[in-house]
Design a protein around this ligand. Structure first.
Ligand SMILES: NC(=O)c1ccc[n+]([C@@H]2O[C@H](COP(=O)([O-])OP(=O)(O)OC[C@H]3O[C@@H](n4cnc5c(N)ncnc54)[C@H](O)[C@@H]3O)[C@@H](O)[C@H]2O)c1
Ligand SMILES: [Zn+2]
Ligand SMILES: [Zn+2]
Length: 360
């Protein structure tokens, strides 16, 4: 099968012919229909986060089941599925206490003594996030997929695989924003726009969208932003404080920077909660003003929107089909696998919401 292979940091990925193994007892082979290009792929491509190479990147996808392992009865060939990197074992402490997105059990991967899922000329090829979506096929654990209704277009379904689940989930699960609350979202890529959309679904009274790119501020209004702040025009904290008369109840950082994480905390009102979604580079520290804790301000992280994706994703599909999730507006362009490196580099400009790779 064809896959875009990442062999060296910052070097364009070539589409190569690689081998995919047969499904093990609990594995499923999925034919990829569409894959979104998320900034998390970029953090590995540009070396900000270290990873094992060579690797097939990509982790936001949807497709059709092609083959199932002997013990799989959850899906059958022909079923439409969305993938999720939050592969859960189902019996560890994290899973059993409802924190499936934190599951780290190795049993959902193949062991080092087993034949790898992907290879090239007999050499091991890594699978990013246990998925490897920048490829025609994905061989995954059965707990890495959720079945969805077949009237859901697969390109928009792909977006739910990461960005939407992360952004909406951060709002409704991690932060549990309640109706009437005020919200600020810093960074309006696929993840931040999903936070804005999630805040609208949650019934936030005011949704302040913050970005440095004018087109993003406009786009955010389609997702439910009631106010916008241009961070390129100066410190956004003062503007948010002024607009809200003392800060928001909930803020979300959806970029992955120290400075915007600090801003997210600074723009909270008394008792407010900042949720950090962005991947801050390893080794970087974040500074907070100590006395702010006396005002009962909270800061927390969010991993994949604290999802229970087998429950959440079919609901998000319904939200889209009911017109509540604006996924049509999220797709900036549909591209070919060959153009994946350009799509990653395009994220640097901030102009892109999501580029989606379409497979034949
Ligand atoms: N925690 C998780 O589980 C999880 C899941 C998915 C993605 N992520 C991370 O979330 C972040 C966002 O992902 P994305 O794909 O939406 O990214 P993106 O590149 O598409 O969007 C980032 C946005 O931030 C804006 N921006 C950049 N610097 C800014 C600044 N100083 N002030 C205001 N706006 C600024 C850009 O213009 C752009 O609109 C990334 O760090 C990604 O790795 C985390
Ligand atoms: Zn992602
Ligand atoms: Zn588990």
């Amino acid at each position: 099968m064809k896959a875009a292979v990442f062999r060296e940091v910052n070097k364009p990925m070539e589409v190569e012919e690689i081998e995919v193994s047969k499904p093990g007892p609990r594995e499923v082979l999925v034919r990829t229909a569409a894959a979104g290009v998320c900034h998390s792929d970029m953090h590995f491509f540009n070396g900000t986060y270290p990873g094992r190479l060579p690797v097939v990147l990509g982790h936001e996808s949807a497709g059709i089941v092609e083959q199932v392992g002997s013990d799989v009865n959850y899906v059958k060939p022909g079923d439409h599925v969305i993938t999720c990197l939050s592969v859960f074992c189902g019996h560890c402490e994290d899973c059993l206490t409802g924190h499936m997105s934190l599951c780290q059990e190795p049993e959902v991967r193949r062991g080092h003594d087993e034949e790898p899922r992907l290879s090239h000329g007999g050499a091991m090829m890594n699978q990013f996030a246990n998925l490897g979506s920048f490829a025609e096929q994905m061989l995954v654990h059965e707990h890495a997929i959720v079945k969805v209704r077949e009237d859901m277009p697969l390109d928009r379904a792909a977006l739910i695989g990461c960005g939407v689940t992360t952004g909406v989930g951060a709002v409704i699960h991690t932060a549990a924003v309640e109706p009437g609350a005020t919200v600020a979202v810093i960074g309006l890529g696929g993840v931040g726009l999903s936070c804005v959309n999630g805040a609208a679904i949650a019934g936030a009274s005011r949704i302040i969208a913050v970005d440095m790119v004018a087109s993003k501020l406009e786009l955010a209004r389609k997702f439910g932003a009631t106010d916008v702040v241009d961070a390129s025009a100066g410190d956004p904290v003062g503007q948010v404080m002024e607009m809200t008369g003392g800060g928001v109840h909930y803020s979300f950082e959806a970029i992955g920077l120290k400075v915007t994480t600090e801003q997210a905390f600074q723009m909270l009102r008394r008792g407010g909660t900042a949720t950090v979604i962005g991947m801050i580079p390893p080794g970087q520290m974040v500074s907070l003003h100590g006395p702010d804790f006396l005002m009962e301000k909270t800061i927390q992280g969010s991993m994949m929107g604290s999802n229970r994706f087998r429950v959440d994703m079919p609901r998000f599909v319904d939200f889209y089909l009911q017109g509540k999730l604006h996924l049509d507006d999220m797709i900036s362009s549909r591209i070919k696998l060959e153009d994946v490196t350009d799509a990653l580099l395009a994220l640097e400009s901030g102009e892109v919401a999501r580029n989606v790779i379409m497979f034949e």
